[in-house]
Design a binder for this molecule. Structure first.
Ligand code: URA
Length: 425
């Protein structure tokens, strides 16, 4: 086989066979197919799409380019969760210990943030001492001992995705359903859990800008999971404004602690309880929302979280330390009315400029930097009310303040956003 013939076949809108896809992916992972040919193929897929069979073959070929985690020594139905990315998304920090507090094992590998989106690993690394690198044996032993672990994805897992994702990032081929579905599901399948909760974000801060596309992506991934015997549910969630109050690594950890103390915003608290209920159901546990909320606010989830942090070397005193950002700047409402928009993408980019996110993979993060919202979409403000606080270790430029003001839209009609848009089973 020759890569050029397969690129041409896809370019001309024809379907690639199982053997052709398998040949391409395994040769790419071994360095025999160069990046420039894979880039051309990604762009051909971008314009021509892929059939259901092609997406399945691509996903399974990618799984085979690395090791697969064997969680069979853990007792019970193992659950995993993945988000397609967002701004202020601290869900895993709360959901993993919350589900584990019901004695359902959670063995989760997470990723880093890039661009306007944050990553769970960066948030956890803002806790002094927290170790994200664990061998497979240590990872499994931890879940046996305390029921939960959140670590970095092993370098040995789905090698093709690492290479392909980096390539897609610089060739404008990230936001395409077949490539997102195969990237996410290859990692989830290789990570070994029996059941998978997919948080498919929708809105200007997400890859999927509208509900119709998000639904196609959700169905594609749910079908892929089912085909390989993993119970999979996709929850389409609103990412038109940042999730919860905080955007930025240390600030999001602090918000997660507040939520686990029962002191979080009601919208995000309720949202996380709904996700936990679905994840528990995937593990065969019927729990009422009231019971889930009880575990969240009465300290059981927090206790699990602290256990996880301590087990992975994190300093429990440092965990509760407030942000040490040198400059704290308030942004206040310039008119009266209901907040009608706080675009997630724009505020994610502002947080990135403050140092909370990376423009390129090699950027150093400032864990203390970010934004904390006092008001969200649907809240009423009077002139002069505090809308958000900027935490920064750099002098806050006038343009950052202007961009914050410009992106706070205030109107006369109250719009209360829904957090969960649809559940695809
Ligand atoms: N998240 C992933 O893991 N892969 C993608 O392609 C997009 C989001």
């Amino acid at each position: 086989m020759r890569a050029v013939d397969l690129i041409q076949k896809k370019r001309d809108g024809k379907e690639l066979t199982t053997e052709e896809i398998s040949w391409l992916i395994s040769n790419y992972a071994q360095g025999h197919v160069p990046d420039y040919q894979m880039s051309a193929l990604a762009m051909a897929i971008y314009f021509q799409g892929m059939s259901v069979n092609e997406i399945r073959d691509l996903t399974m070929s990618m799984v085979k380019t690395g090791e697969e985690i064997d969680l069979s020594s853990l007792v019970g139905i193992k659950t995993d969760k993945h988000s397609t990315g967002g701004v202020g998304d601290k869900v895993t920090l709360i959901l993993a210990p919350l589900v584990a507090s019901f004695d359902v094992p959670v063995a989760k590998m997470s990723g880093r943030g890039l661009g306007h989106t944050g990553g769970t690993l960066d948030k956890l690394e803002s806790i002094k001492g927290y170790q994200i690198d664990r061998s497979q044996e240590e990872f499994i032993q931890q879940v046996k001992d305390i029921g939960v672990s959140v670590i970095g994805q092993s370098d040995q897992l789905v090698k093709a995705d690492k290479l392909l994702y980096a390539l897609r990032d610089v060739t404008a081929t990230v936001d395409i359903i077949p490539l997102i579905a195969s990237s996410v599901m290859s990692k989830k399948i290789a990570a070994g859990a029996d059941s998978i909760l997919l948080d498919v974000t929708v809105g200007d801060g997400a890859f999927m800008k509208n509900e119709a596309d998000a639904e196609v992506l959700s169905r594609t991934m749910v079908d892929l999971g089912k085909e390989v015997g993993r119970k999979t549910v996709a929850v389409m969630t609103n990412m038109s404004q940042p999730l919860g109050r905080a955007v930025g690594n240390r600030l999001e950890v602090l918000e997660a602690l507040d939520i686990m103390k029962g002191q979080g915003r009601e919208d995000v608290t309720h949202f996380i309880c709904e996700l936990a209920q679905i994840m528990l159901e995937l593990a065969g546990r019927e729990e009422s929302l009231e019971t889930v909320r009880e575990h969240l606010v009465n300290g059981q989830a927090l206790k699990k979280f602290e256990e996880m942090v301590a087990y992975q070397g994190g300093d429990l005193e440092d965990l509760y330390r407030p942000s040490q950002a040198a400059f704290i700047t308030e942004v206040r409402a310039e008119q009266e009315g209901y907040i009608t928009a706080l675009p997630a993408l724009e505020f994610g980019l502002i947080a990135m400029r403050l140092g909370a996110g990376r423009a390129v993979k090699t950027d150093q993060l400032d864990y203390e930097a970010g934004l904390v919202f006092e008001k969200k979409v649907g809240d009423y403000v009077n002139v002069g009310d505090l809308v958000l606080t900027i935490y920064s270790n750099r002098v806050v430029e006038e343009t950052v303040l202007q961009d914050c003001q410009k992106n706070i839209t205030i109107g006369s009609e109250q719009k209360i956003p829904k957090e969960i848009l649809k559940v695809i089973t």
